[in-house]
Design a protein around this ligand. Structure first.
Ligand SMILES: *Cc1c(COP(=O)(O)O)cnc(C)c1O
Length: 375
């Protein structure tokens, strides 16, 4: 059996090596390392894939979130609603810009924002909702969009973990994750579903005026050469990464299908096991399994993690401590018990190896170790 890895980037590269190497060689020979033609063509390809009017690339997913907030010209103290069960970047950028993160608890099943609890968190200072489509599954966008409309709020989708997932509306029309709100943000961190060979990120929008603004903010706030209308940042996707991403974008649906096949295998093997809950799939979203995350009940999570690691099966806890209980965010004055569903999740979640190269022999080995543990 091949060594089991949490993420197998080399295995994936090997399958498309020729195309990737050729794309890289081409950039190296033209030496257009910054703003080469591959950047525009990747943006156009992604915009076609997503069905979003405009895609603006940037240096990473954290920058994408920050730039989205910068483009909306918010005032210090404005409130931004998100969940405490996400990667820290979602909340960090809110604080960095002098805005106030306001948390809403998650749903036990999807780990996404509990939209039943959303409206009561909205105040006159609320300016935006930031749904995070965690682990590869969209939040309840229909509900979020309708509340945003009712209260006049922006919606910034954190689609760092969900690129390629469809949201399915009640009337059964579909939209790609990240293209339903005011602005969508994603990350091309190597382990993401569409991963570069380094850092990268992008913003999407269907609003052309906002797109103009985003394009300026990523480039020092520049409107025409050496004329600055906004305070901006320097955040670029470099040409080598864009060339790699253009190749990999063609395989994104295939990659996401491979993850879903692996998830189906896990589901079948682990369904109904004592003290183990398999991921809940919501009817309104595809699940593209950025992570395959179990809940392990009765305080057994850490023991299962140790047992798996002993058997050379890597596994990870995303996330061990909710953001409202982190030292850096103590001044928000939340306390233990404020978001009980997120707090409980932190004690129960365990993410199994998930990538495009998992084979059945490996998955059989992984699931047998879990079955042994619970019996
Ligand atoms: C990865 C990630 C980010 C940040 O992306 P980077 O490219 O690492 O800056 C933001 N939000 C979520 C939910 C993520 O998973």
């Amino acid at each position: 059996m091949k060594e089991i890895k949490m993420v197998d980037l080399y295995g994936q590269y090997s399958r498309i090596k020729e195309e990737i190497d050729k794309a890289l060689q081409n950039v190296i020979e033209t030496t257009a390392f910054i703003k080469g033609p591959e950047v525009k063509s990747f943006e156009n390809a992604l915009s076609n894939y997503l069905g979003a009017a405009r895609v603006i690339s940037c240096a990473n997913g954290t920058d994408a979130l920050q730039i989205a907030l910068m483009a909306l010209e918010l005032k210090p103290g404005d409130e931004i609603i998100t969940t405490p069960f996400t990667f820290v970047a979602t909340v960090e950028v809110v604080k960095l810009l002098g805005l106030k993160p306001v948390f809403v608890d998650i749903e036990a099943g999807s780990f996404n924002m509990d939209t039943e609890k959303l409206e009561s968190a909205i105040t006159p200072k609320t300016k935006a909702i930031v749904p995070v489509h965690l682990f590869g599954q969209c939040s309840n966008m229909e509900k979020i969009l309708s509340l945003a409309k009712k209260h006049g709020l922006y919606v910034i989708e954190d689609a760092a973990q969900s690129l390629g997932a469809d949201y399915i509306f009640a009337d059964s029309h579909r939209r790609k994750s990240g293209t339903m709100g005011t602005i969508g943000c994603t990350s091309f961190f190597p382990s993401k579903n569409l991963g570069a060979f380094g850092d990268g990120g992008a913003l999407f929008t269907n609003d052309l005026a906002i797109a103009e603004k985003l394009s300026a903010v990523v480039n020092h706030g520049m409107i025409k050469r050496y004329h600055y209308d906004y305070v901006g940042v320097n955040s670029r996707l470099d040409t080598l990464q864009a060339a790699i991403l253009s190749v990999k974008l063609k395989y994104l649906d295939e990659f996401n299908t491979a993850r879903r096949t692996a998830a189906d295998f896990y589901d079948n093997a682990l369904m109904g096991l004592h003290n183990i809950s398999i991921p809940v799939r919501m009817k309104y979203s595809d699940h593209i399994f950025h992570q395959y995350t179990l809940r392990v009940k009765q305080g057994q999570r850490d023991a299962l993690k140790t047992a798996l690691e002993k058997a050379s099966v890597p596994c990870m806890i995303y996330y061990p401590l909710p953001l409202h209980l982190q030292k850096a965010y103590a001044d928000l004055a939340y306390k233990k018990g404020d978001f009980p569903v997120a707090e409980k999740a932190c004690g129960e979640v365990l993410s199994l190896p998930m990538h495009t190269e998992l084979d059945e022999e490996q998955q059989h080995f992984i699931t047998e170790r879990i079955i042994e543990f619970v019996n």
